[in-house]
Design a protein around this ligand. Structure first.
Ligand SMILES: Cc1cc2nc3c(=O)[nH]c(=O)nc-3n(C[C@H](O)[C@H](O)[C@H](O)COP(=O)(O)OP(=O)(O)OC[C@H]3O[C@@H](n4cnc5c(N)ncnc54)[C@H](O)[C@@H]3O)c2cc1C
Length: 435
């Protein structure tokens, strides 16, 4: 039996790929008459959804996760990759996102093997080999902004309400610590505070989730352990006209010994992103952070060096101009463990009523947490959204989520109880946002 009933309200906080994919999957499920007709409200601090990391990311779907820490993500990676691939059977998804399968390439030192695979907008040198499995055997490139546009229109068509410019500041609990309502701050709004009665709330606030959680539940023994992992980026005008074949990802990391990647999109731009920024200060929700100008200059120089401004591709279009279109900084939602948390907080752990000793009594509170997808949230978004929608409805999820629990059985570092609450919330000494 479903945990939700007709007209129950589910508040999803965060309109990034995790929040919108959850809303989409839940709304799809609930459009079927065997499930209750629930009301889904997405609450987003920015003036439009998909403004933070979800749109300012490279746009690769893959599950070739290289780090040993992230190996446990592979089943979720494949599950999610396959769900995106199923969406890509539809012409509308393909047209909006520019989805192109098997389009991720790595450049290694070599003797010219595989150069024909590279798109026209990137240079080719006989001292390079092209690796078509740099992100694993199965991969695809999309325009992340297109994914956001597609998810938004699907959600709206399914009756999801997307409330923008609202920052969650309070969760009201009943005397037995179950969700009753959320209160949001609307800057310049009249009224400035908006209360929304709801049965469940999902915190899908990306990198802000740990600090939002602490602000909402200051006496909770749960401390989500996070670290800073930002990336400065630029987009530049693609000298080649956009076709299906121009959409591609090219990594120079193995050639130059540090992270440098380009991704051309279906909107005539090429995205460029380089090394990670591990000390940046996360701005408050709804605010963007300025990139480091020296990194932007370095990225621009590298784009001039490696991209093909005098391209001879089939169309007579060549422009030698380098045009910087936009720049910025994106924050990955980085958990110290390298793994996301996907779980419901027990009522006894929302406040300090649990003393941190002995097992947690699993009384459902209606507060769910889903964050920490690090470098792979775009890929993992659709699968995570499907699984979270199953949790919200009280169904058994398609995949075992015990590794991603607040108290994982075989990996204790996703969140910590009182025993380790002395750990700082931020492992790198970077500054958290003012909420
Ligand atoms: C440079 C870069 C490149 C990347 N490349 C890839 C890639 O190629 N492939 C891949 O799979 N992943 C990639 N990622 C990772 C991916 O972008 C993220 O993991 C993913 O977008 C996270 O989605 P999210 O929904 O958790 O967070 P976000 O996109 O950050 O969304 C969270 C939302 O919550 C909102 N919010 C926060 N607090 C509140 C509040 N109190 N009230 C209301 N709203 C609130 C925020 O405004 C925000 O819109 C990359 C990331 C970066 C930075």
């Amino acid at each position: 039996m479903s945990r939700l009933q007709n007209n129950d309200v589910v508040a999803i906080v965060g309109g990034g790929v995790i929040g919108l994919s959850t809303a989409y999957n839940l709304a799809q499920r609930c459009s079927n008459s065997t499930w209750p007709n629930v009301r889904i409200k997405v609450i987003e601090a920015f003036s439009k959804p998909f403004t933070a990391a979800s749109s300012t990311c490279t746009g690769c779907f893959h599950y070739g996760f290289p780090e040993s820490q992230t190996q446990p993500l592979k089943p979720l990676g494949k599950y999610s990759f396959d769900l995106w691939a199923a969406e890509a059977e539809e012409a509308d998804f393909k047209a909006t996102t520019g989805y192109r399968p098997q389009s991720c390439f790595g450049i290694n030192p070599g003797s010219g093997q595989g150069l024909d695979e590279l798109p026209d907008w990137v240079q080719k040198a006989s001292s390079w080999n092209v690796d078509t499995e740099v992100l694993g055997t199965y991969n695809a490139v999309v325009n992340p902004t297109g994914v956001g546009g597609w998810l938004t229109s699907q959600c709206l068509a399914l009756g999801v309400e997307i409330l923008t410019g609202l920052r969650l500041v309070h969760v009201s609990l009943s005397t037995d610590d179950k969700v009753q309502a959320v209160t949001c701050y609307a800057k310049g709004g009249d009224p400035a505070m908006i209360r929304i009665e709801c049965k469940q709330v999902l915190l899908a606030c990306g990198p802000w989730t740990p600090t939002v959680y602490v602000a909402l539940f200051p006496s909770s023994p749960i401390h989500l352990q996070w670290t800073t992992d930002a990336g400065d980026w630029v987009t530049i005008k693609n000298p080649c006209p956009t076709t299906q074949a121009t959409t591609a990802f090219v990594s120079f990391a193995n050639l130059i010994g540090e992270k440098l990647e380009f991704a051309a999109r279906n909107d005539g731009t090429i995205w460029a992103c380089g090394r990670r920024t591990l000390t940046a200060a996360l701005p408050p929700p709804g605010h963007l952070n300025e990139p480091d100008e020296s990194v932007i200059e370095e990225l621009s120089d590298r784009a001039r060096t490696w991209l093909n401004w005098k391209c001879n591709c089939h169309a007579k279009h060549a422009s030698n101009d380098f045009q910087l279109i936009s720049k910025g900084r994106g924050f990955r939602p980085a958990a110290k463990s390298g793994l996301p948390t996907i779980d419901e907080v027990a009522s006894s752990e929302l406040t300090d009523s649990h003393d941190g000793q002995g097992p947690v009594k699993k009384s459902p509170s209606g507060v769910f947490v889903c964050w920490g997808h690090g470098s792979y949230g775009l890929t993992l978004g659709m699968g995570t959204g499907r699984l979270v929608s199953q949790l919200l409805l009280g169904e058994k999820p398609d995949l075992d989520l015990s590794l991603f629990a607040l108290h994982p059985s075989s990996n204790g570092s996703t969140a910590s109880g009182k025993a380790s609450s002395a750990l700082p919330a931020d492992g790198n000494g970077a500054t958290g946002p003012q909420l």
